[in-house]
Design a protein around this ligand. Structure first.
Ligand SMILES: [Fe+2]
Length: 169
């Protein structure tokens, strides 16, 4: 009885023309699965952004607690706020992402300024140093989910919000 050599023999049959699998496309990929992935992508990115933002809020809350500063339980919605000028603009995914992109860009400038300020307290810089890379991801993700035209269309509300914050005269 012949023993199995353990070497798999290659098929000598010729592969029919045009049936060669692409080196760039996974064999299981179909147009349906690609479309399904594309439609899931915004939700996946949105969930990741939400998780990161909630973690940042927790880190900032811990920083405030460590410095014995009060943590507001609820935002004061009666007073003028940045978000009062921007949230009403949102009508769909693209405009929501555009509003998010403007807000994240604005926050990123402020956070990067704190992180690079050698005079800023070490505990504050440490928290924002952890936040910066994820904020960069979030800003890029919001930008990719919106588009230049819708970002331009939402710029006025963003600038009004910046005025409320005293960031532009
Ligand atoms: Fe953020």
């Amino acid at each position: 009885m012949a023993r199995h050599s353990g070497v798999r023999k290659r098929s000598t049959e010729a592969r029919p023309a045009g049936k060669r699998p692409s080196a760039h496309t996974p064999r299981c990929a179909t147009p349906e699965s690609t479309a399904a992935q594309a439609s899931r992508a915004p939700r996946v990115r949105g969930r990741r952004i939400a998780e990161q933002e909630s973690k940042h809020a927790r880190w900032v809350g811990e920083l405030l607690s460590a410095r014995r500063l009060p943590i507001p339980a609820e935002p004061d919605t009666a007073r003028e706020r940045y978000w009062k000028r921007t949230l009403p603009i949102i009508s769909d995914l693209a405009s929501g992402a555009a509003v998010g992109a403007h807000a994240e860009r604005m926050r990123l400038w402020r956070i990067e300024a704190i992180v690079s300020d050698a005079q800023a307290p070490a505990d504050v810089r440490a928290v924002f140093t952890r936040i910066v890379p994820e904020e960069r991801f979030n800003e890029r993700a919001f930008r990719s989910l919106s588009g230049e035209a819708v970002r331009h269309a939402t710029l006025d509300g963003h600038e009004q919000g910046m005025q409320v914050l005293g960031l532009i005269p």
